[in-house]
Design a protein around this ligand. Sequence first.
Ligand code: ZN
Ligand code: ZN
Length: 106
Amino acid sequence: MEQKRIEGLWDCVFCETKMIRARYEACPNCGKPRGIDTLFYLPDDIMAATLTGEETKKTTNEPDWLCEYCDHYNRSDEPVCIKCGAPRDRGGETYGTIHHLTGKEF
Ligand SMILES: [Zn+2]
Ligand SMILES: [Zn+2]
């Protein structure tokens, strides 16, 4: 059985743009990145938000990771920090990871 994934929505707290899709890490209106404590919610139209198989492959259950150089949170599948370009895993060290709701884990 293929597992369906629903793409959540979030609201920008800076410009109050609503229902931004989870794939956007920054507000498409004002460009501010969403905070790590951003709350996601499900859209009214679940069917429309259900990801296709191809899109599901791009999503991940892995926690984001924190860049130790610039404190930017990156998706688990980003090998380098998308903000400053620092490598995720330097010399075999495991960098801190974060779970959206439980805070830092080291
Ligand atoms: Zn905004
Ligand atoms: Zn960085």
